[in-house]
Design a protein around this ligand. Structure first.
Ligand SMILES: [Zn+2]
Length: 747
C-alpha cells in the first residue's frame, strides 16, 4: 500500500490541515484542476485517466476538504521527511525573526522582495510536505473561510475600562486617594499613551496563540482568533527559550490595544469612497468593524497593529511591577509601545502628560490621552476596584483641538463617485495653527444625531490629518432657526439626487454630472474597462476642460482636429488615440456595462449581468425582481441599476454608445430549468463540493442561491457544523436537505 498525499492550497477547516489517502497502483503524478472546476487535468492539461480521477473523488468525500481550484499535486514519493522538516523549521525561524524586525521593531533587515522570497520558499516546501504544516507557521496567518458568526467567550477576569480625568486637579485628587488607601506616599507610576483603538485579550497556550477575544461587555467577549492571527505584530508562537528568558510562563494571557494606523485608515476610506461604500468616521470604529469581519482576508488587508500592556496568568497579574510586565512583553517579542515611562512622583506624571500633548500629531496613530498606573502589583491589589474600574489606574484625556464657531450654511458637495457630503460653512476660526472655514458633517444621519440647525454655534474639532468635523452643537449660544433639509438636487448639475433604501448617503446618479465627469471618463477609458491607451489624467483633463468630452459617449465623436487643438498633440499621437478608441468598440458587452459606472456594478457583476441578459437592451428593461435572479445581485445592486436606467440622460447616453458601434450584444449563458424558481441557502461544510461549486451547480440547473434564510427559501442545504441558518430554517419550517439530496435535485 502506498500513501498518497495531497498537497495544495487547501482551503481548510480549523484542524484539518492536510489529508492523505491510499493509492493503489497509481504512479506519482501532478494534477491540475481545469477552468471548469469539476474537471481534473494532468500537468500537461490532458484529461485524467479514470482511475486517477476516482482517487481524487474518494479523497474529497472522505476528508471533507475543499480543494482550491487553481492547483494541487499528488506526491507519491516516500519523501525525505526529516530533511524537509528541518529545512521548514529553519525557514520559519528566519521568517519569524524578520517579521519581528519589521512589524514589531520597525527595523527591517531585508527588503520586502527578499522577505516575500523566503515566504514563497516556505509555501513551496509546505505544499510539497503538507503533513508538516502547523497552525503557527507564518504561512498560516490567513486561513479558513468566512464564518457565520462569532463564539462568545468568558474572560478569565473582567476587562475593565478606566475612569477618566480631564485636568490636573482631578489627577491630583486621584493621587490623594491612592495615598490614603495605601497609607504611603512613595508610589511609583507608569505613564503610557492612551491608544485610541479597541482592547483585546490574547490567550497563549504552550507558547502558541490559542485565542483572541474582544472586550465585549467586559465579562464576555467574542472569539476573533482568525482575524487576530492576521495582525503581523502579534506573534503566532514564541519559542520556549525566549519566554523563559523573558521570565514569562508558557501559558499566559496578554491584553492590549488593537488599532488602525492613521495611514491605513485614510487609504481604506479613500478606497471605499471610490467604490461607493460608506466611509468610517474614525479609526476606532474602523478597528472594531474590522476585527469583527467574518472574512479574515479583509482583516488581513487592513494592516492593524497591536500594543500589549497587561500580562496575566490564570487571570492574575504575573509580575510584581507593571514596568516589569512591559519589559518582559518586549523581550518575548511583542510590540510594546516605546512611549512609556516609569516615574516616581505626580509632578513627573504631569510633565509626561504635558510633553505628549504637543507631540501627539507626530504619532502614526491616534491617541486621546495618557494612562497612569500604579507600578507595584501589591499596591494595585491593595487598591482594588470600584464597581467598574480599577482604583490603581486612571486615564487623563486630552482636550480635543477645536473651537466653537457659528455655522452659517450647509452645502452638499458632490464627490467623484456622486456621493453627497454635507459641508458646514463656518465663520472662520483658528484651530491648531490653521484657519478652519469648512467642516464635514459626514451625512444626514449625523446631522440628525447632533440636532444641528443652520445658524447654530457648533464645536469643531480637528484630529491628526483628518478633516475638521462638527462634533456638537454649543447650546450656550442662541440656537439657529433653520432646520437642515435633505438635499433634493445635486448642487453641481441640478439633477435629482437619490438615497437607496437602507443607506445613509445621497447620491447624484446623473452619469453626465460634471462633478463626476473626470472620474467617470478615466474609469471608462482605463485598462480593465474600455482599454483606451493614452487616455489618462492629462488628456482627459484637457478634454473635459475644453468641453470636448461631456460624457463617455463624446469620446466616440472626437476628431483628429479636436485632438490636434490640444497641447502636445501631433498628427501621429492623435491618430494613435483615435485607433485606440476605434479598437475599444471590439470589447465585449460586459466591459461596456462596467464602463457605464453604475454604482455597485463592478467588473464581476457586469460579467454576470452580460451573461444573464445577453444584451444591453434586455438589461435596460429589467426590473428589480428580474435583476435579482442574476448571480450576486441583491436588492441594493438591483435598485441601483434600475435607478441608473430610469434617468433619461443615462438612457440617452447608452443609446449614443450603441450608435457609436459598441458591443451591445453578448453571449447569454444557457441554464437548465430543472430548479427554476427555487431558492437555496447553503450552510455548514459540504463533503464533496465547495460552496462555490455547489452554488454553480444549483444555478446551472436554474435555481438561485441566497445568503440568508427566509420564508421564500425553498431548501436549506446543510453540511456538517451548520450554524444559525439551520436553526432559522427549522424555525420557519423550510425544507432542510443534505448534500446527497441536493445532488439528486440538481440531476
Ligand atoms: Zn450631479
Amino acid at each position: 500500500m502506498t500513501i498518497l498525499l495531497i498537497t495544495a492550497h487547501i482551503a481548510r477547516d480549523p484542524g484539518i490541515d492536510f489529508g492523505a489517502t491510499e493509492g493503489r497502483g497509481i504512479e506519482a503524478h501532478r494534477f491540475r484542476v481545469g477552468e471548469d472546476r469539476g474537471q481534473l487535468l494532468d500537468i500537461h492539461g490532458d484529461e485524467l485517466p479514470e482511475d486517477k480521477a476516482r482517487c481524487f473523488e474518494n479523497f474529497h468525500a472522505r476528508y471533507n476538504v475543499q480543494i482550491c481550484p487553481d492547483y494541487f499535486e499528488y506526491n507519491l514519493s516516500a519523501m525525505a521527511a526529516k530533511d524537509a522538516e528541518k529545512k521548514i523549521e529553519a525557514l520559519r525561524e528566519k521568517i519569524r525573526h524578520h517579521e519581528h524586525l519589521y512589524y514589531v521593531l520597525d527595523n527591517p533587515a531585508i527588503s520586502d522582495a527578499e522577505f516575500d522570497k523566503l515566504m514563497q520558499q516556505l509555501k513551496d516546501l509546505e505544499s510539497e510536505h503538507p503533513t508538516l504544516v502547523t497552525p503557527d507557521s507564518p504561512t498560516q496567518r490567513v486561513g479558513g473561510k468566512p464564518r457565520e458568526g462569532f463564539v462568545k467567550v468568558r474572560h478569565s477576569t473582567p476587562m475593565l475600562s478606566l475612569d477618566n480625568t480631564y485636568n490636573e486637579e482631578e489627577l491630583r485628587g486621584w493621587e490623594r486617594r491612592v495615598h490614603e488607601l495605601t497609607g504611603r506616599k512613595d508610589v511609583d507610576y507608569v505613564c503610557e499613551l492612551k491608544l485610541d483603538g479597541m482592547s483585546l485579550a490574547l490567550i497563549y497556550e504552550d507558547g502558541r496563540l490559542a485565542r483572541g477575544v474582544t472586550r465585549g461587555d467586559g465579562s464576555v467577549g467574542e472569539d476573533v482568533t482568525l482575524n487576530v492571527r492576521t495582525v503581523r505584530s502579534i506573534p503566532l508562537s514564541i519559542p520556549k527559550e525566549r519566554l523563559k528568558k523573558a521570565g514569562i510562563p508558557v501559558d499566559f494571557e496578554v491584553r492590549g490595544e488593537l488599532l488602525m494606523p492613521t495611514a491605513s485608515f485614510k487609504r481604506i476610506n479613500e478606497e471605499r469612497e471610490k467604490n461607493g461604500l460608506p466611509t468610517f468616521a474614525n479609526p476606532r470604529n474602523f478597528t472594531a468593524g474590522t476585527v469583527r469581519q467574518l472574512d479574515a482576508n479583509i482583516t488581513a488587508e487592513r494592516r492593524m497593529d497591536f500594543f500589549p500592556y497587561i500580562l496575566l496568568q490564570n487571570g492574575r497579574t504575573y509580575f510584581d511591577r507593571h514596568s516589569k510586565t512591559l519589559g518582559a512583553l518586549g523581550d518575548a517579542g511583542f510590540k510594546v509601545n516605546p512611549n512609556h515611562k516609569l516615574v516616581h512622583s505626580m509632578d513627573e506624571v504631569w510633565s509626561f502628560i504635558q510633553g505628549w500633548e504637543g507631540k501627539r500629531e507626530s504619532l502614526p496613530y491616534e491617541i486621546d490621552g495618557i494612562v497612569v498606573k500604579v507600578d507595584r502589583t501589591a499596591l494595585q491589589d491593595e487598591l482594588g476596584f470600584t464597581g467598574k474600574a480599577p482604583r490603581w489606574a486612571i486615564a487623563y484625556k486630552y482636550a480635543a483641538r477645536g473651537g466653537v464657531t457659528k455655522l452659517e450654511n450647509i452645502r452638499w458637495q458632490t464627490g467623484r463617485t456622486g456621493k453627497l457630503t454635507p459641508v458646514a460653512e463656518l465663520v472662520p476660526i483658528p484651530i491648531g495653527g490653521t484657519t478652519v472655514r469648512n467642516a464635514t458633517l459626514h451625512n444626514m444621519d449625523e446631522i440628525r444625531r447632533l440636532g444641528v440647525r443652520i445658524g447654530d454655534w457648533v464645536r469643531v474639532e480637528r484630529g491628526g490629518d483628518v478633516i475638521p468635523k462638527v462634533v456638537e452643537v454649543d447650546k450656550e449660544h442662541p440656537r439657529g432657526d433653520k432646520d437642515v433639509e435633505d438635499p433634493e438636487k445635486c448642487q453641481v448639475c441640478g439633477n435629482k439626487v437619490v438615497r437607496t433604501e437602507g443607506e445613509v448617503d445621497y447620491r447624484c446618479v446623473n452619469a453626465n454630472c460634471p462633478a463626476k465627469l473626470l472620474g467617470t471618463i478615466l474609469h471608462f477609458a482605463s485598462r480593465g474597462v474600455m482599454n483606451i491607451d493614452g487616455m489618462g489624467d492629462a488628456l482627459v483633463t484637457q478634454l473635459t476642460e475644453r468641453g470636448l468630452v461631456k460624457n463617455v459617449a463624446d469620446i466616440y465623436k472626437l476628431t483628429k482636429a479636436d485632438l490636434l487643438s490640444l497641447e502636445r498633440f501631433a498628427d501621429k499621437s492623435a491618430q494613435n488615440i483615435l485607433n485606440e478608441i476605434e479598437n475599444s468598440k471590439q470589447l465585449p458587452l460586459e466591459r461596456v456595462i462596467y464602463g457605464l459606472g453604475i454604482r455597485m456594478v463592478g467588473e464581476r457583476t457586469a460579467q454576470f449581468l452580460a451573461e444573464h441578459f445577453g444584451s444591453m437592451e434586455a438589461l435596460e428593461q429589467a426590473g428589480v425582481e428580474e435583476l435579482q435572479n442574476v448571480d450576486e445581485v441583491g436588492p441594493r445592486i438591483a435598485e441601483s441599476i434600475v435607478e441608473f436606467f430610469s434617468i433619461p440622460a443615462n438612457r440617452k447616453l447608452v443609446e449614443r454608445l450603441g450608435q457609436a458601434g459598441l458591443a451591445f450584444k453578448g453571449k447569454k449563458r444557457e441554464r437548465g430549468t430543472k430548479l427554476a424558481g427555487k431558492t437555496f441557502v447553503l450552510t455548514g461544510t459540504l463533503a464533496t463540493y465547495s460552496r462555490d461549486e455547489a452554488k454553480k451547480m444549483i444555478e446551472d440547473a436554474g435555481g438561485k442561491v441566497t445568503g440568508s434564510v427566509s420564508k421564500k427559501t425553498d431548501y436549506v442545504v446543510a453540511g456538517t457544523d451548520a450554524g444559525s441558518k439551520l436553526d432559522k430554517a427549522k424555525e420557519l419550517g423550510v425544507a432542510v436537505i443534505d448534500e446527497q439530496e441536493m445532488i439528486r435535485l440538481v440531476g
